[in-house]
Ligand binder design. Structure first.
Ligand code: DGJ
Length: 768
């Protein structure tokens, strides 16, 4: 046996030594010493470590995260099947992939195999993920393990599959594990090894297999997010039933408000099964998408998803390849609170990895001011200057000029696409305003809708061939698949950013796509759906590269583009145009399933949405405290008292935002449309040293006191000081101490949430 550098010894049975590719610094060039270590290891190392490991003799791979294990293996025939996904295994068990016996003749084995990449073709009759059309009219694939697998750095696995019928289509399955967050990221690359062009007509990203439920009366529920403009991310739950396929999707060119590319499937606890197992996942794709979940009579569920297959097409010339977006999914045995912790943490981790602006946890998302709700298109340098002068003393850190600053843009029927300053409104350009905002100590932000163009615009008059022609909201959508369109947008935005010292962009997108095609294109015109999203990503990547300090917010008429893919490229999302606080709680509840708290913005406004309801300023602030804070009110019409109150709330927010923005957001009382409208959230720092509880009671028609609310995730042996603010930001209305154990086992009384309408409370806990 040769001891190789970089290998570490892991023993899973007393007399079996296995060498795993794991880093072992310092002793890599000393084989003799290693042998001594091996002798010790034999008796001590038996556990299956986190990372990716291949079984010593079988074609079986173990993807081991902190709390879960995902096992895949090749059958003798070459099918790559999922063998386990769930609680963490202890050893490199001898899990061998075998074909399921034929259950009855109508369902041959490939139908039942838990294939990682079930393609269209062969005797597979369940949901598939990949379909290819060959020049001779054949559309069948049969992808089988080629014998080549590659593990990199203990967290990446590539498995090569070849077409067992034609042997000249190659697919590489990609797996990446996020060990600490129990998440697996999957995608694949398909390569054309033939000498003729082929067409890919469906390219979902992955198939996930949930094991069978335990008994015949066990139930699983699927949780998804539905919505519309102004009512984004509404949580839905429904039971999974055998023989039923649930489909969630967007065919609009962007992820949309109507449904979100997210699912969670949880075991419903019963008298005999206390399980709190949850499988959850999300697509990292900002275009049209689809996720389906089919449940069999045996209680297994197959989830497939990726770019929407409707009107999808991609040409592959000889040797060309295509890589799908990532479909990330995870497992937890800690119920929905566990799922709600892991996915936002995962998204945050990839934000930190990919974005210079997000690397540092101690750089907080700024408190912003944006006059859109207060003024809509009625903006000018004088009015914006007046607001900026008022915003700075409130504690605002970022001043954003929204729609209306460019071209002939007085309403939404003209000017979109003409990205030069409207001289009537800003006679000396944008720089004087940007300079003054900077002098006042704030950052300067500006709104763009780069994909949009009004027919009444210079851009459209010059380049009528740059659009997908389908009129809605008086506007068309630019075809970002065209390199010249990408170039125009990048150049005009980049020079504007440089010339005006822009720190932040709100990237909006306000209409679904239609007539999506490529004209006079010698490849498949359906590529436009995918190319446009890639073009959009390309402009963002280039802007981020050219301006490493630039922050970008993703917005699409509110929260229409807040998939986890865009969150790996931008800093934050605008969750909804609906700023009515009681609606917002419901929206934030749903969005918290996947958004890191810091990425979710919420504004305090005068809110036209609740014109006939008297919602106190304190309630508005407390709702907006849940993530990044913004103000969108007519601050120039604030009374002296309102200005003082707002200033004090902003100041309190800045004190608690390290917890709010970097902590884990959990819900102690979930908001519901049906109950008496109580909701309580708790955001806890990862080291449990601090927590912020936000409590809301919109209404209590029965005047019953609120029950004790038990906190979570605290250090039970520590003592915490607790400060409670109700409607007065200047003074805490309660201050006391309690142990973590008492706070978690008995709970706290939120006395301020009495029977009056729209009462709310901020509780700040700090470990002594
Ligand atoms: C839709 C956005 O969601 C709003 O916040 C605002 O920016 C408008 N567009 C401007 O047209």
């Amino acid at each position: 046996m040769i001891v190789k550098p970089g290998f570490m010894i892991v023993c899973h049975q007393f007399n079996e030594i296995q060498f795993m590719e794991e880093e072992m610094h310092g002793i890599t060039d000393k084989p003799i010493i290693l042998w001594l270590i091996a002798a010790t290891a034999v008796s001590t190392i038996s556990a299956l470590k986190t990372g990716i490991h291949k079984h010593k003799s079988l074609d079986t791979w173990f993807l081991v995260t902190e709390q879960s294990t995902y096992v895949i293996g090749a059958t003798a025939e070459g099918y790559i099947a999922n063998l386990h996904w769930g609680n963490r295994l202890e050893k490199l068990d001898d899990l061998n992939a075998t074909m399921t016996d034929t259950f009855f003749v109508q369902n041959p084995p490939p139908t039942y195999v838990t294939e990682e990449l079930p393609v269209f073709g062969g005797l597979r009759f369940r949901d598939n993920v990949l379909m290819v059309e060959f020049p001779d009219g054949v559309r069948e694939l049969n992808l089988l393990y080629s014998g080549k697998a590659n593990i990199t750095d203990n967290y990446l696995l590539d498995l090569d599959l070849r077409d067992g019928n034609r042997t000249d289509v190659l697919v590489t399955l990609h797996y990446e594990i996020d060990i600490e967050n129990d998440i697996i990221r999957r995608s694949y690359t398909i390569r054309n090894g033939m000498d003729k062009r082929i067409n890919v007509s469906k390219a979902f990203s992955a198939a996930w297999h949930l094991p069978t439920t335990l008994g015949s009366d066990e139930k699983r529920e699927i949780m998804t997010l539905a919505g519309e403009w102004g009512s984004e991310a509404m949580v839905q739950s429904t039971e999974l039933r055998p023989g039923v396929t649930h489909v969630i999707q967007s065919q609009r060119g962007f992820p949309s408000h109507v449904s979100y590319p997210y699912f969670a499937i949880r075991q419903v606890p019963s008298d005999v099964n206390p399980s709190t197992e949850v499988y959850f996942g999300a697509l990292a794709w900002s275009g049209s998408w689809e996720i389906t979940a089919h449940t069999s009579l045996f209680g297994t569920t197959r989830v497939v998803g990726g770019m929407h297959h409707q009107d999808f097409g991609w040409s592959l010339d000889p040797n060309e390849s295509f890589t799908t977006p990532v479909f990330a999914a995870g497992f937890t045995n800690k119920g929905m609170p566990g799922a709600r912790k892991l996915l936002p943490r995962h998204v945050r981790k990839y934000q930190k990895k990919n974005l210079a602006t997000q690397k540092d946890d101690s750089v907080y998302h700024p408190v912003l001011y944006n006059s859109w709700e207060a003024m809509t298109f009625d903006i000018s340098v004088d009015k914006q200057l007046e607001l900026a002068e008022m915003a700075a003393p409130l504690g605002i850190e970022l001043f954003v000029v929204d729609d209306g600053w460019f071209g002939a843009r007085d309403n939404d029927s003209a000017g979109l696409g003409d990205w030069y300053v409207n001289k009537k409104k800003f006679p000396h350009g944008m720089k004087p305003l940007a300079d003054r905002v900077h002098e006042l100590g704030m950052k300067f932000g500006i709104w763009y809708e780069p994909e949009g163009v009004n027919p009444n615009s210079d851009l459209y008059r010059e380049h009528p061939d740059w659009v997908f022609y389908y009129d809605a909201r008086n506007q068309l959508v630019l075809n970002l698949a065209l390199p010249e369109v990408q170039e125009y947008l990048f150049n005009s935005m980049s020079s504007f950013i440089t010339d005006n010292d822009v720190d932040y962009i709100k990237w909006d997108m306000n209409r679904p796509w239609g007539e999506v095609s490529m004209h006079n294109y010698d490849r498949n015109p359906r590529e436009a759906w995918t190319l446009s999203v890639r073009g959009f990503y390309n402009i963002i990547d280039k802007l981020k590269e050219a301006h490493p300090k630039l922050w970008i917010e993703s917005c699409a008429s509110g929260g229409g583009r807040m998939d986890i893919g865009i969150l790996e490229k931008t800093d934050q999302v605008w969750t909804s145009d609906n700023t009515r606080p009681d609606a917002r709680i419901m929206i934030q509840y749903g969005a918290s399933l996947f958004l890191p708290p810091r990425a979710q913005y919420s504004w305090v406004t005068d809110s036209p949405w609740d014109a006939n309801t008297n919602i106190p300023l304190s309630f508005r602030f407390h709702v907006s405290f849940m993530g990044g804070l913004g103000i969108g009110s007519k601050i120039n019409e604030f009374t002296k008292e309102q200005t003082e109150e707002a200033t004090a709330w902003v100041s309190l927010y800045k004190q608690i935002r390290p917890v709010i923005q970097n902590g884990d957001l959990d819900w102690l009382v979930q908001p519901s449309r049906l109950s008496e409208l109580v909701a309580v959230s708790q955001t806890t720092s990862r080291d449990q040293s601090e927590a912020v509880v936000l409590g809301y009671r919109h209404n209590s028609p029965f005047s019953t006191p609120l029950n004790w609310v038990r906190l979570r995730n605290l250090d039970k042996s520590a003592t915490y000081t607790i400060k409670v603010w109700g409607s007065d930001p200047h003074e805490a209305e309660e201050e006391y101490e309690s142990t973590g154990a008492l706070l978690m086992h008995r709970g706290i009384m939120l006395n301020s949430l009495n029977s009056a309408m729209f009462k709310s409370v901020v509780v700040w806990l700090q470990r002594k």
